[in-house]
Write a protein that binds this ligand. Structure first.
Ligand SMILES: Cc1ncc(COP(=O)(O)O)c(C=O)c1O
Length: 450
């Protein structure tokens, strides 16, 4: 039950605010959670009730809310300068961040372009790729290949490489002409193979698409297709992709916006699996959820195609007012410093193991859990109507949404993707909190379905 003041604030919210990815009619029955403050892995409402943030506020919050070191980095920068434009001007936080990212990422990457959210970092990669081909005499290379189920943001450029109908179908007519290929679908593998031992037989459609002459680049979410329902696929697919892109002279765009900075148990998927993408897009966890910031990293070869006398107009004409915001860069530098501490990743190992044990147990026990899947600190339970046939529930049953509502009552904030209940908690979550989070999900599944 909300107090009167909260009720009236929620009424004002309903009157004036348009929330992202939200059907506002739902608020007629269930109001949004009004959060007053956050600390560690918890969100607190106005009555002081706490909710475990099981999805890190949309992947971003890696180190927990209200982190003393991040607060200090932010405050210290605030006393010097909050913001300044980034054309014709530079500053220490951006220089430091660029060099740290270059040092920590794949060896071939040497230039960092700053922007302010994940979608814009994708726009930058797509535009840089297209302009590169224009300026190096391959003007017909104008199309991108993307995977079915792939998600790279919701601006029009990013949508034109999106493989999920719900995001793109209303805008189809204005999207650029790219190529969707069937990608990995390990849960419902058409080859009947096992993710842990296959050789990415499903690479075949990609191989065929790459034979077309006009391909500028391929874009993928490495290892985990998040918005598609945390679909997890093996690195062997990425290995094949890297070598096919090289042999067809096609750019490889790695969208590590969701998975970077420790989420998979390593700093970057590309570096972990020794893959050298042409573009690496990062955002979300880069400031551990403090401030909007994004970067697109690329190679010397790409950069040099833009480097020329001014009058030749080869520069990259693209900017955002808040590019490389100094406050955001300072928090990002501190975030990286913490994540790069010697024992940070090794402390994730027992947590990853525990999530696996608990998740596998749920999948075994529950007749509604089609699959438990996991990649590092990303875990998901896919709920299905029939475990043998893997038949999904009808959309109108809104099973995932009902589980979410039950979990809220029990103080865990989950936000499912359809009927996939997923867990991407702050990396600093304790083992006890992991147990609470997953046991609560199990209990709510039982309440809703059994
Ligand atoms: C893989 C991936 N790419 C791009 C984006 C877009 O980022 P943003 O929401 O900051 O625009 C997201 C956001 O969820 C994402 O998960």
């Amino acid at each position: 039950m909300q107090d009167n003041e909260t009720e009236s604030e929620l009424a004002r919210d309903f009157q004036n605010v348009w929330h992202p990815c939200t059907q506002h009619k739902d608020f007629e029955t269930i109001k949004p959670l009004m959060v007053e403050r956050a600390d560690g892995v918890y969100l607190f409402d106005r009555q002081g009730k706490r909710y475990l943030d099981a999805i890190s506020s949309w992947w971003v919050n890696l180190l927990g809310h209200n982190h003393p070191r991040l607060n200090a980095a932010l405050n210290s920068q605030l006393e010097k300068m909050a913001h300044v434009m980034f054309a014709g001007i530079t500053h220490q936080p951006a220089i430091d961040l660029a060099s740290s990212l270059i040092k920590a990422s794949a060896e071939n990457l040497s230039k960092v372009f700053f922007s302010d959210n994940g979608s814009t970092s994708i726009e930058v990669a797509l535009k840089m790729s297209l302009q590169y081909w224009q300026q190096t005499g391959k003007k017909n290379k104008t199309r991108f290949i993307y995977l079915k189920g792939g998600y790279h943001g919701e601006t029009l450029g990013a949508l034109s490489v999106c493989g999920l109908d719900i995001f793109r179908n209303k805008f189809e007519k204005v999207l650029s002409d790219n190529i969707e290929v069937e990608g990995p679908d390990c849960f419902r593998c058409p080859y009947g193979l096992n993710r842990d031992s296959c050789s990415a037989e499903c690479f075949e459609p990609m191989e065929k698409a790459l034979e077309k002459k006009n391909i500028a680049g391929v874009i993928v979410e490495p290892l985990v297709q998040g918005a598609a329902g945390m679909k997890i696929y093996p690195p062997v697919y990425l290995k094949k992709l890297q070598s096919a892109c090289e042999s067809h002279s096609v750019h490889l765009i790695f969208d590590e916006i969701a998975v970077a900075f420790g989420r998979t148990g390593s700093l970057f998927v590309s570096r972990q699996h020794d893959i050298r993408p042409t573009f690496l897009c990062l955002s979300k966890g880069i400031t551990s959820g403090y401030l909007p910031l994004a970067v697109t990293l690329t190679t010397e070869e790409i950069y040099s195609a833009f480097y020329d006398d001014y009058n030749n107009w080869k520069m990259f004409i693209h900017s955002h007012s808040y590019s490389a915001n100094p406050l955001a860069c300072s928090v990002a530098n501190e975030t990286l410093a913490i994540i790069c501490q010697k024992d940070f990743m090794s402390r994730l190992t027992p947590k990853i193991k525990l999530m696996k044990e608990l998740g596998q147990q749920i999948a075994e026990d529950s007749r509604w859990c089609g699959e438990f899947r996991q990649e590092g600190m990303i875990a998901a339970l896919e709920l299905v109507k029939n475990k043998d046939s893997k038949q999904p529930f009808p959309i109108e049953d809104r099973v995932g949404y009902k589980v979410y509502l039950e979990a809220l009552k029990r103080g865990v904030f989950l936000r499912p993707l359809g009927d996939v209940i997923y867990f991407i908690p702050p990396l600093v979550i304790s083992e006890e909190e992991i147990t609470t989070m997953m046991k609560t999900a199990r209990e709510c599944m039982a309440v809703v379905l059994d």
